[in-house]
Ligand binder design. Sequence first.
Ligand code: F6R
Length: 383
Amino acid sequence: MKGGFDHYMQKEIHEQPESIYQTMRGRVRMEPQVQEGSLDPYKQQRIKLGGLAEHLETIRSGRRIVFVGCGTSYHASLASRQTVEELVNLPVACELASDLLDRRCPIFRDDTCVFVSQSGETADTLAALEYAKSRGALCVGVTNTVGSAIARSTHCGVHINAGCEIGVASTKAYTSQIAAITMMALALSEDSISKREPRDAVIEGLAHLPDKIRQALALDGEMRELAAKLKGEQSLLVFGRGYNYATALEAALKVKEVALMHSEGILAGEMKHGPLALVDESMPILVVATRDGVHKKMVSVIEQLLARGATKHLLVVCNEGDEEVAGLCASHGCSLIRVPQVVDCLAPVVNIVPLQLLAYHLTVLRGFNVDQPRNLAKSVTVL
Ligand code: F6R
């Protein structure tokens, strides 16, 4: 059942090149094809999401898009928010289901609410769905379980097709959720002439994603070595911003839920507003600094951490060939986690892979239960 792996979580991390491919299979036309009689290849539909086709116009003409989820599924919507904002040009909110319910958050009939859930059974997400429905919003499901309560109760949706996920810690569903929401943004922007170029870049990025994930998985041995250095530590701070704020939150969630080590994902822009006080020479810190629109700012974050003496365990996720970050880190003996570069909006998919592996190896080395973490259940069906 575990296909030669020791644990389901490990198996599911390594399945990601295939699961992400399954999410896209039959839905993304990678190459624009010139149709006979038409000189404009863009007249062709390149994204086909059958479950959404009839509702695309309603969503485009709506007031805003509100993503709702819990835990890792919430992180997947945060990771994709900027993509939807940029391609669809609508305001996008990301809500934790329990908080939306606590606040009785205003939801309107011209809102589109997207419920993101691996299991499709999470009680808070389901209750938020019933609430949004009662307010007259269009409710869309992004789930991994056909026939689940959320899949049944939503008006329409996208099945992520990641395959059964058994480990309590969600891994392959996270990356497939990001790919599915990205495809949703591509489908919603299909008509926009001004978005042709960025759309083409994202579609090209999707085509290469399984290979890029495979390259990131090759870091397995390095991640085991880093885990061995960290295993006796008490805490790990994880800094990210932009698309990779979600990567920081998700990496910290994996470390705390399976390796049972305190870990906090921090928006790097907030560093000076409190978290910097925790930084000293002994604090383990992970920084996600791959090349994207906020790369310069992340280089400055590394410089500031180094200036505060954070050198014992400074781990930096950067792109292969990034000599600026490599040079900065080499002079202070920091560890580099070199991942392949992809289009900015898909970087969270690739960047999380070595961090999932790090959390996995930390758990094994610390002697905890990988697939059934203490006090947790795969699907939280009570409020
Ligand atoms: C963390 C994890 C949880 C789930 C959360 C929502 O690894 O798995 O945080 O993401 O309980 O579950 P779903 O996605 O089934 O609604």
